[in-house]
Design a protein around this ligand. Structure first.
Ligand code: BG6
Length: 364
C-alpha cells in the first residue's frame, strides 16, 4: 500500500522519523547512560573482552557499516572496520576469538552476507546481526543481534532500513563504550542526541522541495563526484551509490583529502561535486578543497551545517541540523536519499525497481 505516495521509496523516506522511534524504543537506559541490547546475548564481561570489531554487509549495508565502524572507534575506542561481505570468504579470512563480527542486512537473505556469517561460524567466531527481517536466514544464523524494526521496505534502494542500521550502530557503540572508557555523562550525551534524531529527520524531510530543486540540476550531469572525509566519507559513498542505483548516472565517491592526489585533474564545469561538510574539526580543510574545485570551474553542492562559515565561497547548500559529532553521518545521509530520488524522478526512471537490481540478491 503506497498510502498516497507516488513511490515506495518516497513513502519509506517519509516514514523515517517513526521507524527511528521504533529502533530506539525501550533500548535507552538513562540511569546508566547506556543502550540495553539484550538480543546481543553478550554479557558485559564478554562485551568488554572484544579487542576488535569487523562489520560485514553488501551494497548500502556495507557503506553504513563503515559509518558504524567510525562510531564504534570514536565512542568505544575499539579498532573497527567494515568490509564487503561479498569478498570476505574468498580471501580465507583470519577469524579471531576476541573480534566481534557484525553482519548487517536489511533483508537478512543476501547470500554473500550469509556466506560471510557461515565462514565466521565455521571458524569459531562470534557474530551478531543487525537485521531488519525477523527470523530471516542471517538473523537465525547469528549468535544474537539487534533487530532494526524499520518495518517492511519495498523499494530496492534502501532508506529507512539504512537509517536504522546507522542508529543501531550508535546503540552498539554505546553498549561497547560504556563497558570501557565512555563516561556516564558521555553516554547520556549520546542518548539525548539519539532521542532527538526523529524530530531532526523530520526537519530535513520538510526541506524536500528545496532538495528537489538541487536534484534537478544534478540530474543533468553525466557524472558526479561525492566527497567527504573521515565521518563524511562513508556518507559520500552511500550518496553516490543511491545516485547510481536509481538515476543511472555515474557517481564516484572520493575522500575529499585524496582529490588533490589525482581526480582533481578531472574537474571542469561538466563534473559537479556533492560535498559533505559537517561543522567538525575538518570543516576548514573541506572548504579549502571546495575552493580548489571552484577554481577549476567545477560546481559544488554542499551538504552541511548551519554554522559552517563558507566565507567568500558562494556555493548552494543543503543544511541539516547538528547532532553530536559522532552521530552526524546519520543525518547527513538523509538529504542524499532525496537527492537521488528526485534526480531519478526528473529523469523518469523506475524508482522502486531500478533496472538490473533486485531487492535482495539470494544467489551468488
Ligand atoms: C543489493 C541491493 O543487492 O543488496 C542494495 O541492491 C542493498 O540496495 C544490498 O543495500 C544489501 O541488501 P541487504 O538486504 O543485505 O541489506
Amino acid at each position: 500500500d503506497l498510502g498516497g505516495f507516488p513511490h515506495y521509496m518516497a513513502k519509506e523516506i517519509q516514514e523515517q522519523p517513526e521507524s527511528v522511534e521504533r529502533i530506539i524504543r525501550g533500548r535507552l537506559d538513562d540511569r546508566f547512560g547506556v543502550a540495553r541490547l539484550d538480543g546481543l546475548n553478550l554479557t558485559p564481561r564478554e562485551l568488554r573482552g572484544f579487542s576488535r570489531v569487523k562489520i560485514l554487509g553488501c551494497g548500502s549495508a556495507y557503506y553504513v557499516g563503515q559509518i558504524g565502524a567510525t562510531m564504534i572507534e570514536e565512542l568505544a575506542r575499539i579498532p573497527a572496520d567494515a568490509e564487503a561481505a561479498s569478498e570476505f570468504r574468498y580471501r580465507n579470512p583470519i577469524i579471531e576469538a576476541d573480534t566481534l563480527y557484525i553482519a548487517v542486512s536489511q533483508s537478512g537473505e543476501t547470500i554473500d552476507t550469509a556466506f560471510a556469517v557461515e565462514e565466521i561460524k565455521r571458524k569459531g567466531g562470534r557474530v551478531v546481526g543487525l537485521v531488519n527481517v525477523v527470523g530471516s536466514t542471517i538473523a537465525r544464523a547469528c549468535d544474537g543481534g539487534v533487530y532494526l524494526h524499520a518495518g517492511p521496505e519495498i523499494a530496492v534502494a534502501s532508506t529507512k532500513a539504512l537509517t536504522n542500521m546507522a542508529v543501531g550502530f550508535a546503540l552498539i557503540a554505546l553498549a561497547l563504550g560504556r563497558v570501557r572508557d565512555l563516561s556516564n555523562a558521555d553516554g547520556q550525551r549520546i542518548i539525548d542526541a539519539i532521542r532527538a534524531l526523529p524530530g531532526q529527520i523530520k526537519s530535513i524531510l520538510d526541506a524536500e522541495p528545496e532538495i528537489a530543486e538541487h536534484a534537478k540540476a544534478a540530474a543533468t550531469a553525466k557524472s558526479l563526484f561525492f566527497i567527504g572525509r573521515v565521518r563524511g566519507f562513508p556518507v559520500a559513498r552511500e550518496g553516490a551509490q543511491k545516485f547510481k542505483e536509481i538515476s543511472y548516472r555515474h557517481a564516484e565517491a572520493y575522500q575529499t583529502s585524496e582529490l588533490k592526489h589525482g581526480p582533481l585533474a578531472l574537474i571542469d564545469d561538466s563534473l559537479p561535486t556533492v560535498a559533505i561538510v559537517p561543522a567538525d574539526e575538518l570543516a576548514g580543510r573541506n572548504l579549502a578543497a571546495l575552493q580548489q574545485i571552484r577554481a577549476r570551474g567545477g560546481s559544488v553542492l554542499a551538504v552541511t551545517h548551519e554554522d559552517v562559515d563558507f566565507g567568500e565561497l558562494d556555493v548552494p547548500r543543503i543544511v541539516v541540523p547538528r547532532t553530536e559529532p559522532e552521530l552526524d553521518p546519520i543525518l547527513l545521509t538523509i538529504p542524499l536519499q532525496l537527492l537521488a530520488y528526485h534526480a531519478a524522478l526528473t529523469l523518469g526512471y523506475d524508482i522502486d525497481k531500478p533496472r538490473n537490481l533486485a531487492k535482495s540478491v539470494t544467489v551468488e
